[in-house]
Write a protein of this length. Structure first.
Length: 302
């Protein structure tokens, strides 16, 4: 069965692939509108927008490689200028994310400040939430690494489930963010669908080929992601599978916000009230919701 052609640059796209001779699976991701829409909702300073774009890109690859029905979340919590970053991806491909940071502390750092300087000490959490009837999976590791990819690799080393290799790039051009990642996964032997064993030499070969990919190639507008995968891995037989198209879409709604508010004690609601109403802003998409106490009482009665 033939899969669809990869779109040209500027489209948000996730391409699952397999390197046949090496028995390695992967995901190639390019984001532009998704990260643009999400970062522009907040007018983040450049270092924060860049980091969040990288988080979105890596999250798209990680979520696509997981089998789940629900929400995958990648989160950092740290003591530095950027206190919190959250990205979540639903199994339908809806993505959202936001960052909490100290604007003055970020402004005091150079615009190309590294992840350790922006975040400081903290942790990285992977969560898969598949709804009330199933157990929530959460893995947490210390933030160790010079960049986001090293921090994510540290997670994989700790969890010992599988090895992963990444090539990640993000750039802002004309006020728009473009990013890409290629992720390779060496899966535990029992999980492999291919007969080929992934030996150490094959893994090293794949990682060397991946390392030969430049940031320019990863973001090259004249090179589709499939052409790039072919260029990198054609000697070992790269095979691509049906692609996915992620979207920037928040899950907040007046109903959801209302039900959260109704769960709070009445005295607490009264304290939150200003000028006769409660205003709630969604941290992800900046949407504002306004309720009066009477609205909340009325909705509960119906
Ligand atoms: Zn929202």
């Amino acid at each position: 069965m033939r899969v669809e052609a990869a779109p040209q640059a500027g489209a948000d796209f996730i391409r699952p692939f397999q390197i046949e001779a090496l028995g390695i699976r992967g995901r190639a991701v390019r984001l532009s509108r998704v990260s643009d829409e999400i970062t522009h909702k907040h007018a983040y300073p450049e270092p924060v927008a860049r980091l969040l774009t990288e988080m979105l890109t890596v999250s798209a690859a990680l979520a696509s490689a997981l089998k789940y029905e629900g929400v995958f979340t990648l989160q950092t919590k740290s003591e530095g200028a950027v206190r919190l970053m959250v990205v979540d991806v639903t199994s339908d491909g809806d993505m959202r994310g936001y960052a909490q940071f100290d604007a003055e502390a970020v402004a005091a750092l150079p615009s190309d400040a590294s992840l350790p300087r922006l975040l400081g000490g903290g942790y990285l959490a992977f969560t898969v939430d598949q709804g009330e009837s199933t157990d929530r999976y959460q893995g947490i590791v210390e933030l160790i690494g010079a960049d986001l990819v090293e921090c994510v690799q540290h997670y994989f080393q700790q969890s010992e489930q599988l090895k992963a290799g990444f090539k990640l790039a993000a750039v802002q051009q004309g006020g728009h963010w473009h990013s890409g990642v290629i992720m390779l996964q060496r899966l535990p032997r029992e999980d492999q669908s291919t007969a080929a064993e992934v030996d150490d030499d094959s893994w090293r070969r794949a990682i060397t080929l991946l390392a030969s990919c430049t940031s320019k190639e990863l973001l090259d507008e004249d090179l589709t992601i499939d052409d790039l995968l072919y260029r990198l891995f054609h000697e070992d037989g790269v095979r691509v599978f049906k692609g996915e198209t992620p979207r920037a879409k928040c899950r907040c709604s007046a109903e959801r916000v209302g039900s959260v508010l109704r769960a709070l004690p009445r005295t607490e609601l009264a304290e939150l009230e200003t000028d006769g109403a409660l205003e709630v802003t969604c941290e992800f998409c900046n949407s504002k919701y306004r309720f009066t106490l009477a609205d909340l009482d009325h909705d509960q009665a119906t």
